[in-house]
Design a protein around this ligand. Structure first.
Ligand SMILES: Nc1ncnc2c1ncn2[C@@H]1O[C@H](COP(=O)(O)OP(=O)(O)OP(=O)(O)O)[C@@H](O)[C@H]1O
Ligand SMILES: [Mg+2]
Length: 311
């Protein structure tokens, strides 16, 4: 559906995008994850044909866009990062206007309007002016506009910034239904929880470059540990066995905190058994057991040395 080959874009001396490649298939949600200024919106603008790359190319259905009048553009839908809505008009009037820009009128427009209002759950508020909408409702309408012409490739640039949990859930539900119907979705975000929850594959970007691209599982597999096991233990009992524990090949890290052992495991379900067996073999006891999952945050930290939250 979409192939991006080594696109580059500079603004003056600053390379906003520096050789980004990605591919997207129908029925797939690809996450584009990166901190502020990573180059996500610039990449989206090049895919949409809004700005020309300095180098590289974008192919949609196997070919490059040729100008603004290219019928291939009808296959693309964009949910822009900044809301693009007329505040004084109602939701329905906004949809009529944007529908007209997509060439929809009459029965086709009426049907498309009902369909997209249903998708984003705004049918009962459609007569109200957008200025009376909450931030989350505006985001949902922003999505509805992009769906009017039923695009095969939907590009969402941070579509959930500042939305309430209810609107976020409504948006996610709509996106999952679109994926199930065979649409291709590119989902740009700097929220790692969203990328973890929604995306089939994730591209991690920073400073205009792709640092990694894989499924969530694949990305987590690159970490030395995919899970952390936390065990409350008697330090004095454990001390004589600590060197032996550290030598166990199934542990990627062993950290003894006051009263608690923090173990990095490559395969939490499998290696937890080994840890417990080792404890039993040594005649050691523990009083409490907990585990934590490694996250995309750990992946970003490992790749950049920075936390995504602080980046
Ligand atoms: N029109 C422009 N003129 C000059 N510099 C720009 C322009 N657009 C983007 N940039 C710069 O390019 C870099 C990438 O910006 P971009 O908007 O693509 O990042 P982003 O990943 O979308 O960030 P955010 O998460 O904040 O939306 C930034 O350093 C930005 O300042
Ligand atoms: Mg952006």
């Amino acid at each position: 559906m979409l192939e991006v080959h080594a696109v580059e874009k500079a603004y003056g001396p600053r390379k906003a995008v520096d050789g980004v490649s990605l591919t997207l298939r129908p029925g797939e949600i690809l996450g584009l994850l990166g901190p502020n200024g990573a180059g996500k919106t610039t990449t989206v603008a090049m895919i949409m044909g809004l700005i020309a790359p300095d180098a590289g190319e974008v192919r949609i259905h196997g070919r490059a866009l040729q100008g603004d009048a290219d019928p291939l553009k009808a296959q693309l839908g964009l949910v822009p990062q900044d809301l693009a809505l007329y505040e004084d008009s109602s939701a329905r009037e906004n949809l009529a206007l944007f529908g007209a820009l997509y060439g929809l009128s009459g029965q086709a427009l009426a049907e498309a309007t009902e369909r997209v209002l249903g998708v984003v759950g705004l049918r009962d508020r459609a007569q109200e002016p957008v200025s009376a909408f909450s931030g989350g409702m505006k985001r949902r309408l922003n999505l509805a506009v992009a769906l009017l012409h039923d695009p095969a490739l939907l590009i969402l640039d941070e579509p959930t910034v500042g939305v309430d949990p209810q609107s976020r859930a409504a948006i996610f539900e709509a996106l999952e239904a679109l994926r199930a119907s065979g649409k291709a979705l590119l989902y740009t975000t700097h929220y790692m929880e969203e990328a973890e929850r929604l995306c089939d594959r994730i591209v991690i970007m920073d400073h205009g470059r792709v640092l990694a691209e894989d499924t969530l599982k694949g990305l987590l597999r690159r970490l030395p540990a995919t899970g952390m096991l936390l065990m409350d233990v008697e330090e004095a009992d454990l001390q004589p066995h600590l060197a032996d524990l550290q030598a166990q090949p199934f542990l990627s890290s062993v950290e003894l905190q006051p009263g608690r052992l923090r173990l990095g495991l490559r395969d939490l379900p499998q290696d937890t058994h080994r840890v417990l067996a080792w404890f039993a073999d040594c005649g050691l006891s523990w009083s409490h057991l907990a585990c934590e999952r490694a996250s995309l945050e750990d992946v970003f930290l490992a790749l950049t040395g920075r936390s995504l939250r602080d980046a």
